[in-house]
Design a protein around this ligand. Structure first.
Ligand SMILES: Nc1ncnc2c1ncn2[C@@H]1O[C@H](COP(=O)(O)OP(=O)(O)O)[C@@H](O)[C@H]1O
Ligand SMILES: [Mg+2]
Length: 390
């Protein structure tokens, strides 16, 4: 377990200064890219010391990103000379201190200060009752092929709003999950790696099984072999979601075409229920049955956002027919478009590759609905900021 890490591309500095750092328990890596690999595997890291030969712009981008992703992590930047404008820009990016690389005492004091701050922040963040827990959004339908995975992946990408929110996408289609393919993620890590952690799941454990996708977006993938999915218990799903709720702003769940045990445990923790309907009678019937089940289970009606997928398909059913058959108001209409299939095959959600596409606009409307509900001041502020950007 390492708590501190020193990044320095220059081999000579790595061997001289690096030797001193390793004595103090620092891990040493030689680029920011290696650091991106190191951090998810060492989630307990409290301090990153960025060496003097790392490009300043890249260092500042890294710091700005970590300020949102890992608010506990302190970033200190070492430089050969200290220029006042560098200092000001560094502070704006969330760098805690900029220190002359030859000022050993200055580095020691700055490190101690940053580590103390991280520890104090970690205590306040954990004990503060005001900390917002993630909203859980569950996408489902009684049938396959309605667009659950398309909606879940695009919704997750839309919710993370270029990294300004932290989102975890969980693939609960444990037998035949499509999230890895739809986001082009390597299937090395999955929820089945969490089976051995049942009963003792914590933040570090969860970080070790998730797959980072892009800034702000992580995925917990389905097992690559269908048989493994059977060993993921209902309790484990609850445990994972409870831990994840303290780490993210949103958790989006993709589900299999059936209400499995694991889905039921997720539904119990769900804030937004997102049923998907398509304009064909079998789907309409299965969604109606699911919605009736929700009434029985007393899941609140005002927390349902029904998505009408392929809404423009001409099949002789009017909007009223569909609403009546489902027994619920349709909140968002997603048009049918072959660009969706192209984006699925390319492994890039349409909301990212073509943000103004009618399908993307519909999904963003859904994301706004999910984001806009909370009476919490912070999320209202965020919504306001997002609204102004457009
Ligand atoms: N709005 C849409 N327009 C065109 N094709 C769509 C749309 N939504 C889904 N599809 C197609 O349907 C296929 C099945 O969607 P998917 O999300 O995998 O369904 P599910 O997860 O419900 O089984 C996708 O591969 C995609 O090609
Ligand atoms: Mg699917």
């Amino acid at each position: 377990m390492t708590f501190y890490v020193y990044v320095e591309p220059d081999a000579e500095r790595r061997s001289t200064a690096g030797a001193v750092y390793s004595e103090y328990g620092f891990a040493i890596v030689d680029s920011l890219a290696d650091l991106e690999y190191h951090l998810p595997r060492n989630p307990e890291t409290l301090l990153v010391m960025i060496g003097a030969t790392v490009d300043l712009e890249e260092a500042l981008t890294f710091a700005a990103y970590q300020r949102v992703q890992r608010p506990l992590l302190g970033v200190i930047v070492l430089r050969r000379t200290l220029e006042p404008d560098v200092l000001a820009r560094a502070m704006r990016s969330g760098v805690r201190e900029v220190v002359d690389e030859l000022d050993a005492e200055g580095i020691r004091v700055a490190s101690a200060r940053s580590i103390d701050l991280s520890k104090a922040l970690s205590t306040t963040l954990r004990s503060s009752p005001d900390v917002q827990r993630a909203k859980v959004v569950t996408v489902f339908a009684g049938k396959g092929g309605c667009g659950k995975s398309v909606v879940a992946t695009n919704l997750a990408a839309a919710l993370c709003a270029d990294g300004s929110r932290r989102v975890l996408l969980v693939d609960l289609a444990l037998q035949f999950g499509d999230v890895a393919i739809m986001l082009q993620l390597p299937p090395n890590r999955s929820i089945s790696d969490a089976i051995s952690m049942a009963g003792k799941m914590d933040e570090a454990g969860l970080r070790s099984v998730i797959t980072p996708c892009r800034p702000g977006l992580d995925a917990l993938l389905a097992p690559s072999s269908p048989a493994e999915g059977e060993h993921v218990s209902r309790e484990l799903v609850t445990e994972i979601l409870e831990v994840a709720r303290d780490m993210y702003d949103y958790i989006v769940l993709d589900t299999p075409p059936a209400v499995t045990d694991q889905v039921l445990s997720a539904l119990d923790l769900t804030d937004w229920f997102v049923p998907i309907v398509t304009p064909d009678l079998p789907t309409l019937k299965s969604v109606r049955l699911t919605i009736e089940m929700f009434d029985l289970l007393e899941y609140p009606r005002d927390r349902r956002l029904v998505v009408f997928n392929r809404a423009n398909t001409e099949v002789g059913l009017s909007l009223e027919d569909v609403e009546e058959a489902v027994g619920a108001h349709l909140s968002v209409h997603v048009p049918s478009s072959r660009d969706v299939t192209v984006s699925v095959n390319r492994g890039v959600p349409l909301v990212l590759s073509d943000p103004t596409h009618p399908v993307s606009l519909a999904i963003r409307k859904l994301a706004d609905r999910c984001a806009g509900v909370s009476s919490n001041v912070e999320s209202r502020r965020r919504l306001f900021a997002l609204g102004r950007k457009r």
